[in-house]
Design a protein around this ligand. Structure first.
Ligand code: G3H
Length: 531
């Protein structure tokens, strides 16, 4: 057990624990097989008096057999559409979700603390991640009521009366990312569940222990087999699930290489629907008319919030030559003024949770320096065991790795331009297409630029950093950046399909439908208005 440094506030101290429970067939089960150690890169002093990564506990390293058990559980619960959950009335599904959320809310402090330790996210952002997720669930419930109300009617066209609703797709495999282990994973899982699908969820490589406090809520809030939660390596657990051919939707936020590898394992790819949030390299474009103070502060937040470990982070800056010197002087000063601290210190910069990340960032810096870039801020590249101080690299060229790779960490490449077609052409050629930030104050210059940018990415942020939220807005991307669109409303669509009752408009059918409605005989054919 770790001796915890005295300067860690009492309420944030951790005691290692083993997470060997999982959810399958509606039960909280215990795994008796091998486990793996979970470390935080936040350093503490151990029993031998040595400072190093902190052991947080152990997590189950589940195997193919467990994966097959989860598949069997979700297949049984869906029962080819005959299951209780896919046929359940919408208002009853909503009740289960509300029950789950009430249980989840009671775990806030535990989960926030684990977010800080497992992924190094600062306190304010960890709290925000939790609260935003709860809000997302409540917004999803309201959006589903709206979808249900829209379906609570009949249309009559060409002598055919129709009752059109959205129905589940089947079995969904949900895999989330380590940087938003709660929010982004739940932004897939919650709509998948509520639309009547059955689900298998495996947490990301980091941010696993924090799912532990929610297992009982998953097991007890929904009918058996609706939510199955597994732990282990993707290769061991996710691969056999895909190979089984039972998955109808692959919902993944991560890298396209994982999405492609998993898709390729499915024996009937044509049946597999994809909901994917993938890599991005959002540019920030600073025009000569930019409000300098605003551009600097938004670019700091955009490039370095959570150390740049956000898919929406600004990962390359394009500065017009007319404003370049002023902007870079102010920007580098602001970068050098940032503090590195512990998550509970609420600094912008915190330890990087991936042990190899500082070396990787260093390799990007070395490559850029060899090819002619310079580190233009004083503290850029200062190393420590679990961090590397953000380096602002300029001038960056296409020959450098940092130009192409999604760094997902604290290093900021900068290019300059005179002709706006340089950033536009770079964006058009790139494999990414999520968002862009454009900084300027001249509407005559901005308007035609926006007309082009909206066709290169899916969100143009004017004088503001890129971001996903508010979650009711569409979150998607072009090229390698996404498949399908997520927002509270769009996610409900992504995890469902239109399905309907059609009947020739004649007295016999009218009579049958009237009886069904009056006697409330069907869960699907209903005109009830859910308040
Ligand atoms: O990692 C990608 C997230 O969707 C980013 O969300 O813009 O709210 O940080 P955010």
């Amino acid at each position: 057990m770790n001796k915890i440094n005295v300067d860690i506030p009492e309420q944030y101290k951790v005691t290692p624990f083993t997470l060997n429970q999982y959810v399958c067939d509606g039960e909280l089960k215990t795994w008796y097989g091998p486990t793996t150690e979970v470390f935080s890169t936040i350093e503490t002093i151990n029993d031998e008096g040595v400072k190093g990564p902190t052991l947080l506990g152990h997590v189950s390293a589940m195997d193919q057999q467990s994966a097959l058990e989860a598949i069997a559980s979700s297949v049984k619960a869906y029962d080819r559409g005959k299951g209780e959950w896919p046929r359940m009335r919408v208002k009853d599904r909503i009740k289960c979700m509300e029950d789950f959320t009430a249980k989840m809310v009671s775990k806030r402090d535990e989960i926030v603390k684990l977010l800080m330790w497992e992924i190094g996210k600062n306190l304010a952002d960890s709290q925000k991640e939790f609260d935003r997720t709860v809000e997302y669930i409540y917004d999803t419930i309201e959006a589903y009521k709206e979808v249900d109300r829209e379906g609570a009617k009949f249309t009559n066209v060409g002598g055919v009366r129709a009752h059109i609703r959205r129905g589940p797709l089947g079995i969904v495999l949900c895999l989330g990312p380590y940087n938003y282990p709660l929010n982004e994973t739940f932004s897939l899982l919650i709509p998948a569940i509520i639309m009547g699908n059955t689900t298998i969820f495996k947490p990301a490589k980091l941010g696993v222990l924090l799912i532990g406090p929610l297992l009982e809520a998953f097991a007890t809030s929904f009918p058996k087999g609706v939510v199955n939660v597994l732990f282990g390596r993707g290769r061991e657990v996710a691969s056999p699930i895909m190979k089984s051919g039972h998955i109808d939707v692959l919902a993944l936020i991560g890298h396209s290489s994982s999405a492609i590898a998993l898709q390729d394992l499915h024996p009937n790819k044509n049946r597999l629907r994809l909901v994917l949030g993938l890599e991005a390299k959002n540019p920030g474009i600073i025009l000569p008319s930019a409000d300098l103070n605003n551009a600097v502060s938004e670019c700091i937040a955009g490039t370095l919030s959570f150390n740049g470990q956000r898919c929406t982070a600004l990962k390359i800056l394009y500065v017009h030559k007319k404003i370049r010197d002023q902007f870079l002087a102010a920007f580098t000063e602001a970068v050098d003024g940032l503090q590195l601290g512990m998550p509970w210190d609420n600094t912008l910069l915190t330890p990087l949770p991936e042990p190899h990340k500082p070396n990787y960032i260093q390799s990007l810096i070395d490559d850029a320096l060899e090819k002619g870039a310079k580190i233009i801020n004083k503290r850029g590249g200062e190393p420590s065991s679990n961090f590397i101080f953000p380096a602002v690299l300029y001038p960056v060229t296409k020959e450098m790795k940092i130009y192409h790779e999604e760094q997902f960490g604290p290093v900021i490449p900068v290019r300059d331009f005179e002709d706006i077609h340089l950033p536009l052409d770079d964006m058009a050629e790139s494999n990414y297409g999520q968002q862009v930030s454009v900084f300027g104050t001249n509407s005559e210059e901005l308007a035609p630029l926006i007309d082009i940018l909206v066709n290169l990415v899916c969100r143009v942020n004017l004088n503001s950093a890129c971001q996903r939220g508010p979650d009711v807005y569409p979150f998607t991307g072009r090229k390698d950046s996404a498949v399908s669109t997520l927002s509270v409303h769009d996610a409900l669509r992504a995890f469902s399909i239109r399905t309907f009752l059609a009947a020739k408009d004649n007295p016999l059918n009218k009579g049958i439908i009237n009886d069904m409605l009056r006697e409330r005989q069907s869960n699907f054919v209903t005109t009830d208005y859910i308040l």
